[in-house]
Design a protein around this ligand. Structure first.
Ligand code: GAR
Length: 204
């Protein structure tokens, strides 16, 4: 059988991006399998989605650790146990440290609901609305030690419409998230992403 990339997905909430990845895997669109899903919150619905798909779903409570690095050491141990090769942050609302990044060099991806470098950090959709932006969107990027600053893999833009609320804009952005995150993972899994400094090029 063809070698499949082992992915570990980290979540904190609904897990709709996780679902889009699971769906792409089961449709045979990705040469990858989700080896485990880890949440820092016990009530994350994404854990339920993982269980329904027959994938190990683990709760690792950040409050049980002395600090961010100790927590990341536990994450690394868990991800290693499941032989994870690519770490996918999908609505994982934790700042990660060098401990995770050094264990998975250029192998941690994130999706952010804005066209980076605009509106990093929390509540990106609200930031875009309050700023009066006419275009919003989402970004898949490799994670580095900054907040939402790593090399950009893929972006998709959506319009901001008159009368948009946080909810309507977020829904429009999420539709694009669910399209580009599996696609970025596919490119990675097929060895088609090359990183040179800040620039990511997509091979043929
Ligand atoms: C997504 O919109 C993602 O872009 C965002 O959290 C949401 C998770 O949704 N991530 C961030 O804001 C990270 N800074 P999901 O749990 O349904 O995939």
């Amino acid at each position: 059988m063809e070698k499949q990339l082992n992915i570990g997905v980290l979540i904190s909430g609904s897990g709709s991006n996780l679902q889009s990845i699971l769906d792409a895997c089961s449709a045979g669109k990705l040469k990858a399998r989700v080896a485990c899903v880890v949440s820092n919150r016990n009530d994350a619905y994404g854990l339920e989605r993982a269980r329904k798909a027959g994938i190990p779903a683990l709760h690792l409570d950040h409050r049980a650790y002395s600090g961010r690095e100790a927590y990341d050491e536990a994450l690394v141990a868990t991800l290693r146990e499941f032989e994870v090769e690519l770490v996918v942050l999908a609505g994982f609302m934790r700042i990660i440290t060098g401990v995770l990044l050094e264990a998975f060099p250029m192998a941690v991806m994130n999706i952010h609901p804005a066209l980076l470098p605009a509106f990093p950090g929390l509540h990106a959709q609200r930031q875009a609305l309050e700023y009066g932006a006419k275009v919003a969107g989402c970004t898949v990027h490799f994670v580095d030690c900054g907040t939402d600053t790593g090399p950009i893999i893929m972006q998709s833009a959506v319009p901001v419409l008159e009368g948009d609320t946080d909810e309507t804009l977020s829904a429009r952005i999420q539709k694009e998230e669910h399209r580009i995150y599996p696609e970025a993972i596919r490119l990675y899994s097929e060895g088609l992403l090359a990183v040179d400094g800040r620039k990511v090029t997509i091979g043929a």
